[in-house]
Structures are given as structure tokens and as C-alpha cells.
Ligand binder design. Structure first.
Ligand SMILES: [Zn+2]
Length: 402
């Protein structure tokens, strides 16, 4: 017998909230219908047209206390359908040889499973008749996969978000390949930077001085050197490399543009980098270094996008929220190991708004398939994760001080 919670999860998976044209309103309709069935209030906020945010509220008995936020994104990344063994938006439930059911769909791991767990946990708590002390809000936001500016980035600036009076946010994590659960309270800071060099031009047969290329090369060399250092340090960790990534600043030269013809010395050359600054270094010092590098080489610098703070949640274990969080983990058999998020998530907007946020996904023994073909989850782990969230939400929602 297929559990009802699995049926609902599969329904959510079938909504094509896939870039570049996500069906956000179909998704909002589904979430509103869920809110009505569960019997909780809901709100649709649309800070950017066509990009609705749906918020469900499990009302607490003391609304003056800071609330607990549960964040998830509704959008998913595109698929290479021909590489899939199951239709990516079919949400097929497949019985495997080991007796486990797998659910195949884009978004099964990243991160509709978490959104579904929030819905199922609210449903269970509401049905039990229990009222928690604090308001709990489950947030379903668009656009995380394309940077989140029009999703969580816009949402945190609204009055509706401020009115939620968030005190702690539970956010995106990833399933574990084993039985250790990795949680994320830090992320690297994103920096997309463009260097433009201008110089003398002329015939390709001449010894022209102060060319654009001459100016841009030292900038490229310096940044490649930082990349090499990170690669060398990281390689010392061998197998554990992936877990340590966040401690190192990554540098990638993503665009190199300029030149018109083989025999013309280019008047302008542009190099664009994707840099992720580790929270172990001060991002402002890093920016100063970049700016000096540009100045020394007579190159113009432009930030396409950059984070302005090292986004860290650093609550002591004695903090009442942390006690509640850790207790719930313990009760649910979760051995939590904190790690720096290698990528970026919407949690950074929430941390920037001054609210502590921890990313977690309690599912064990999964092949990590976010953004990959044949993305799927193990049904029994999904069912276990719902229990985790019920306990977690009840625990966090009952914290009386803080
Ligand atoms: Zn995600």
C-alpha cells in the first residue's frame, strides 16, 4: 500500500517547476490546496511578478515569540530527458530488488522532498491537536536554482517577511551517502568579478607596448595561483576532499573575451571569474586584494555579483534553539556533523537578514543526485525524514526562552 504522504509527494514532483519556464502558479495552487487540507493559514506573497512565494503558518499559542522558519525552494534545474531511465516529471514509484521503493523525479532530492516533509510534518502536528508555543512558517520560494534574487532575495526585504519575526530557520541540506548527517551553518561568499583591460593597439607584426593583454595576464596569473593553492591544500584531504571544499576559496576563469582579428593587437580584453570565498577568510580583505590587483595592473574591476558578508550561523551549543535542535537530532538518531556548504543556498539571504539558519536533510544512504540524471529518493528514508521534522518542529516550536 502506498502511503498517502508518498502520493502527495509524487503529486508535488509532477508539477513542472523546471527552469527556464517553471510552472510557479500550478505549484502555488498545489500548496494552497495542501494548506486548506491540513487546516493551516496560508499567504501568497509576490514581491516579483510571476514568482509567487507560498507561506503556510502553524499558529503558536504565543505569537509574540520569535517564530521558527522552514525554508524550501520549489524550482528545479533542467533535465537531459534522454539520459533518464524514468520520465523526470513522472514521479514513478519503483520497487527495487532489495524491497525498497525508489521515487524518481527531478527535484526528488533537490529539494521537493524537504518541502514535502514540511507539509507532512505540519499535517501530522495539526492533526494531533497539539498547539506549539511559537508560530511555525513553512516557506516555499521560487528561483533558488538561478540565484534567488527574485525569490528569497526579494522576500526578505518585504514587510510580510519581517512580520513573520523569524528567530531560527531550518533550511536546505543534502541527503547523506552514509549514516552521518551533514548540516550547514556556513557558506562560501559568492563573487563574480569582471576585469577589463584597455591598451594600445596596432598591427600584429609590431612590438606594441602596454597592450590590454599585457595588463590582463598578471591578473589572470595571480588568480590562477590562488586556485592552485586551494587545489594543492584540498588534495591533502584525499577521499574526504568533497567534505572540506568549503574551507577553500574556489576560483574559476569563466569568460575570456577580446580580439577582433589575428593580426590586430586587441584594444580591450575582458576576463570574468567565478570566485567562492571561504568563510575562513574575511571577504572584505579578499575584495581589497582584488581591487589592488586591478589597480596595480591598470585594469578596471567590476563586480557582477558579490556577497558582502561572510554568512555564518555561529550559535553556541548552550543557545536554547541549538539545544532543541540538537536534542531532536539525537532522539531521531541523527549524528550531525557541521560542514561548510560547498555551493550557495537561499539560507544566505536569511542569515544576512540576521536570522540564524541551519541546512539539513536527514535522509541516509543516498546516491547524491541533485542536478543529475535519474534523481531519486528512497521511500523509507522519506518516511523517516517526516518523523524527524515532526520532532524537530515540535522541539523548536516549544522553546520558551530566546
Ligand atoms: Zn536546492
Amino acid at each position: 500500500m502506498e502511503p498517502e504522504s508518498v502520493k502527495r509527494f509524487r503529486e508535488y514532483l509532477r508539477i513542472k517547476t523546471v527552469h527556464p519556464k517553471p510552472e510557479y502558479w500550478e505549484c502555488a495552487d498545489f500548496l494552497v490546496a495542501q494548506a486548506k487540507e491540513i487546516g493551516v493559514e496560508h499567504q501568497i506573497i509576490e514581491p516579483v511578478k510571476g514568482k509567487p512565494i507560498v507561506v503556510l503558518k502553524l499558529a503558536g499559542s504565543d505569537p509574540s515569540l520569535k517564530s521558527i522558519l522552514l525554508n524550501s525552494h520549489t524550482d528545479v534545474v533542467p533535465v537531459y530527458e534522454e539520459k533518464w531511465n524514468y520520465p523526470p516529471f513522472g514521479a514513478e514509484r519503483v520497487l527495487m530488488d532489495n524491497g525498497e521503493y525508489h521515487i524518481y523525479a527531478r527535484g526528488a532530492q533537490d529539494m521537493k522532498v524537504t518541502g514535502s516533509c514540511y507539509l507532512e510534518a505540519l499535517r501530522e502536528i495539526k492533526a494531533s491537536g497539539k498547539q506549539l508555543l511559537r508560530n511555525v512558517y513553512a516557506m516555499f520560494v521560487p528561483d533558488e536554482e538561478i540565484g534567488g534574487e527574485d525569490g528569497m532575495g526579494a522576500f526578505v526585504k518585504t514587510q510580510e517577511f519581517k512580520d513573520m519575526n523569524g528567530g531560527f530557520d531550518i533550511d536546505e541540506g543534502g541527503p547523506s551517502p552514509n549514516t552521518t548527517t551533514y548540516s550547514f551553518s556556513e557558506e562560501r561568499t559568492l563573487c563574480w568579478v569582471k576585469f577589463t583591460a584597455r591598451g594600445n593597439t596596432g598591427h600584429g607584426s609590431q612590438f606594441i607596448e602596454a597592450t590590454a593583454i599585457e595588463k590582463i595576464l598578471p591578473v589572470i596569473y595571480k588568480l590562477m595561483e590562488i586556485r592552485d593553492e586551494s587545489v594543492a591544500e584540498l588534495s591533502k584531504f584525499g577521499e574526504a576532499k568533497a567534505l572540506q571544499q568549503g574551507h577553500f576559496t574556489s576560483v574559476n576563469l569563466t569568460k575570456l573575451e577580446g580580439g577582433k582579428q589575428a593580426n590586430v593587437v586587441p584594444a580591450e580584453y575582458v576576463a570574468t571569474f567565478d570566485i567562492r570565498i571561504t568563510p575562513d577568510v574575511d571577504c572584505h580583505e579578499f575584495y581589497t586584494m582584488l581591487e589592488n590587483l586591478a589597480k596595480e595592473n591598470d585594469v578596471e574591476l567590476e563586480y557582477i555579483k558579490r556577497g558582502l558578508v561572510n554568512v555564518i550561523t555561529d550559535l553556541p551549543d548552550t543557545d536554547p534553539f541549538m539545544i532543541a535542535f540538537n536534542d531532536a537530532c539525537k532522539r531521531q538518531g541523527i549524528n550531525r556533523v557541521p560542514m561548510i556548504m560547498p555551493g550557495i543556498t537561499d539560507a544566505r539571504y536569511i542569515r544576512e537578514a540576521g536570522i540564524p539558519a541551519i541546512g539539513i536533510n536527514p535522509m541516509f544512504n543516498h546516491k547524491l543526485l541533485a542536478h543529475d540524471h535519474d534523481e531519486h529518493i528512497i521511500e523509507s528514508e522519506y518516511l523517516r525524514a517526516i518523523k524527524f521534522y515532526v520532532d524537530m518542529i515540535e522541539s523548536m516550536g516549544s522553546v520558551s526562552s530566546s
